[in-house]
Ligand binder design. Structure first.
Ligand SMILES: Nc1ncnc2c1ncn2[C@@H]1O[C@H](COP(=O)(O)OP(=O)(O)OP(=O)(O)O)[C@@H](O)[C@H]1O
Ligand SMILES: [Mg+2]
Length: 314
């Protein structure tokens, strides 16, 4: 549904996006994750046919965004980073107006507006002025506008930014419900956002893709080894040293009563031996548990390595 190949976008001398290639299949919900200035919004603007790229190609819903921007726009619903505010308009009138911009035939406008209002839960505020709505409801108006023409592809730039926790949950549920029927790309710089809504994530940093995988595989792939943690009653150094001598141990760290144990990949069966050795050495084992490498760690790992060698572009 979306194919991006060697896409590069320069703003004057500054490279915002460099040699991006990725694909999104029909019905997928993909998260575009990266820190501020990574190039998320730039990529999205190119994909909606709003802005030309410097080089490379992008095909959305079967149309080349450079050759057929109008066709692309017809098949794409876009929630921009800063949705335009028509504060003097009523919700319903605005959506009516947006339907005309989307070139929905006038006979179908009413049903389209009603459908979008229903999907986004705007029924109660349809007659209110947009300017008087809360931020969350204004965001919903933006989403409703993106859904009006029932597009195949939805491109949502930071869809839950500025919302309260309850609204975030509601919008995430809405986005999730759109998968399958629609193909969705959403951007975010917050991890829980993508883990809650997306099946797959593309991590972008400094204009380049640094990782692309399912959330689960991304977490596992970056795990250096298996990390466990043990809480002990008597952390004497000699006893801790006896753990270091167990074959298959990569590293042992001791911090007060907490002993960190890193086991080489594939050597998990030595866990028994670790506990046994610890008991025999008189450490007094109170607790032994697996420590998961969170996606948060992965994200930081992926996006800070490069930051150290590049200047900030924001
Ligand atoms: N119109 C513009 N003119 C010049 N530089 C720009 C323009 N828009 C974006 N940039 C630069 O391009 C880079 C990527 O910006 P972009 O807005 O795509 O990032 P982003 O990932 O969406 O960030 P954020 O999380 O802050 O929204 C940044 O270095 C930014 O300063
Ligand atoms: Mg952005």
């Amino acid at each position: 549904m979306i194919q991006v190949s060697h896409l590069t976008k320069m703003y004057g001398p500054r490279t915002a996006v460099q040699d991006l290639s990725f694909e999104v299949k029909s019905g997928e919900i993909v998260g575009f994750l990266g820190p501020n200035g990574a190039g998320k919004s730039t990529t999205m603007k190119v994909l909606t046919g709003l802005m030309p790229a410097t080089s490379g190609t992008a095909n959305v819903a079967g149309f080349d965004v450079f050759e057929k921007p109008l066709e692309v726009k017809r098949n794409v619903g876009y929630l921009p980073e800063n949705p335009p505010v028509y504060s003097e308009m009523q919700v319903e009138d605005y959506l009516d107006f947006a339907a005309r911009l989307h070139q929905i035939p006038s006979a179908a406008t009413k049903a389209a507006v009603a459908g979008a209002i229903e999907k986004t839960g705007l029924g109660d505020v349809r007659k209110r002025l947009i300017g008087n709505l809360s931020k969350g409801y204004r965001q919903r108006v933006g989403l409703a506008q993106a859904l009006l023409h029932n597009p195949k592809v939805l491109i949502l730039d930071e869809p839950t930014v500025g919302l309260d926790p309850k609204q975030i949950i509601e919008i995430r549920q809405l986005i999730k419900s759109l998968g399958g029927e629609h193909t969705v790309i959403l951007s975010s710089h917050i991890l829980p956002e993508v883990t809650a809504t997306c099946e797959r994530i593309i991590v972008i940093n400094r204009g380049k893709i640094v990782a692309e995988d399912t959330i689960e595989r991304l977490t596992t792939r970056l795990k250096k080894g298996l990390i466990y943690s043990m809480t002990v009653r008597n952390p004497q150094p000699a006893a801790i040293d006896s753990l270091r001598r167990i074959p298959g141990i990569k590293a042992i760290t001791a911090e007060g009563a907490r002993v960190g144990i890193e086991i080489a990949p594939g050597a998990e069966e030595i866990r028994d031996r670790v506990v046994e050795t610890a008991v025999k050495a008189g450490l007094g084992v109170l607790e032994f548990s697996a420590e998961r490498v969170s996606l948060e760690d992965v994200f930081l790992q992926l996006t800070t390595i490069e930051n150290e060698t590049t200047t900030t572009g924001a």
